[in-house]
Design a protein around this ligand. Structure first.
Ligand code: GDP
Ligand code: MN
Length: 398
């Protein structure tokens, strides 16, 4: 789960991490009121969206007086910001963060993420902050430093100090930088984060070390023990289909393509996405319906996949272990009744590969119904190839 920059900064502040003074604003008057309270010579007006790259896209403005704050706030609120992280459709700005301006001497990059190959949290740092870290990683990987953190010991003070020296913090800022890293790690562990990214972390002309930007992501599986984090959810930033799926306990991730797939089990779902790609298809989603599918759940999954017209075909790939193939088949029939106007025509071709428990009964159900557009596939490979072909042709299966 993602949250906004101002929310991330509030959490970090509660752990003692230095962040600029500021507050969120939801309309222009609030923005001016926050700025008035700050009464600093320079104020920063920052668009709050769940994406980075705002600076380059015009979403971060330096204001020198309240009039400028008003102008920038008016300009940004309601605007669609397109950054390299939003995709071409961009994101609408509904909230702002108004902060005191910092006098920057140097910008650094610092993050904590989970490194799966070592099964540890890794702290990554670079003296090349403020820019896209992916670029630094690609062009000058030697400028990125890493500290792998022992889960029992935690981030050791010597590691934080070593990182501060590696990044070339000025002598007066070394201790402050190392102390900030220790607090960041506390926040990462304390809130069950999956990522903490500070880009830029800055040294000011007074040798203070401040987190000028902050991006916190959380491990969804640990959210049950952080109701305070769940309360920060901004549903307007989330994919509507993913949200709807979560309510029905369907694991759905929008992948942007046009071949939808409905699968049981995360491993098979990933393999299905891969095999669709292998045959030249463009998967619309990852969808794991889980092991206890009811016809209602299957019908809901169909509606989610078809909603909005993104899917031009559906590949159902079920290996019935705990799931019963006949219940899945019944779900497809029920879905057709709900979705189609005549109760039997689905708007896109559906290729179904069923295997496992009650498969014979499942096949019978699909063959007996008057639903059109449903084709039974014998194998996973054959089914994938067929749906990709049908979608490419834009045709329907009869
Ligand atoms: P992002 O582009 O979405 O990652 O937004 P950031 O919060 O990282 O801001 C982008 C850039 O704006 C930073 O790298 C800074 O160069 C600049 N910026 C942000 N806040 C301040 C500030 O208080 N003072 C100055 N001088 N520049 C700032
Ligand atoms: Mn940034």
């Amino acid at each position: 789960m993602n949250i906004h920059e101002y929310q991330s900064k509030a959490i970090l502040k509660s752990y003692g991490v230095a962040v600029p003074n500021g507050a969120p604003a939801f309309n222009v008057d609030e923005a001016v009121a926050v700025a008035e309270k700050l009464s600093t010579p320079i104020m920063v007006v920052k668009a709050q969206i769940h994406a980075g790259g705002r600076g380059k896209a015009g979403g971060v403005k330096l204001a020198h007086n309240l009039d400028e704050v008003r102008t920038y706030a008016t300009e940004l609120l309601g605007k669609t910001l397109v950054t390299h992280q939003t995709g071409p459709e961009g994101k609408t700005v509904n909230r702002l963060l108004i902060e005191e301006g910092s006098s920057i001497a140097h910008e650094y990059y610092l993050s904590l993420v989970i490194d799966r190959s070592t099964a540890r949290v890794v702290m990554m740092g670079s003296s090349e902050g403020g820019v896209e870290i992916e670029k630094v990683a690609a062009e000058s990987p030697e400028k990125i430093f890493r500290e792998y953190i022992d889960p029992v010991i935690g981030l050791a003070p010597f590691q934080a100090t070593r990182m501060a020296y590696a990044l070339n913090f000025p002598p007066k800022a070394i201790r402050k930088a190392a102390a900030l890293m220790m607090k960041l790690y506390d926040a990462f562990i304390g809130k069950d984060c999956s990522q903490v990214e500070i880009n830029p972390l800055v040294v000011t002309t007074d040798d203070d070390v401040i987190a000028l930007d902050a991006k916190l992501n959380f491990d969804d599986s640990a959210l049950f023990r952080h109701p305070d984090i769940v309360a920060l959810r901004d549903e307007t930033e989330e994919d509507a289909k993913e949200r709807r799926a979560a309510q029905s306990e369907l694991n759905y991730v929008n992948l942007g393509g046009n071949v939808a797939c409905m699968v049981n089990g995360a491993g098979l779902a990933m393999a299905t996405v891969d095999i669709l790609k292998h045959y030249g298809g463009n998967p619309a989603n990852f969808l794991d319906v889980g092991g206890d599918s009811t016809p209602e759940k299957i019908a809901e999954a169909f509606q989610i996949m078809l909603d909005g017209g993104q899917a031009k075909g559906i590949f159902v790939n079920i290996f019935g272990g705990i799931n019963k193939c006949d219940l899945v088949a019944q779900g497809i029939v029920d879905a057709a009744k709900i979705i189609s106007e005549d109760g039997k025509t689905l708007p896109v071709p559906v290729v179904v590969r069923l295997e496992g428990t009650n498969v014979e009964r499942g096949r019978e159900i699909l063959l007996e119904t008057p639903i059109k557009n449903v084709i039974m596939a014998k194998t996973m490979e054959g089914g994938a190839e067929q749906i990709v072909k049908l979608v490419a042709e834009g045709g329907s299966a009869q």
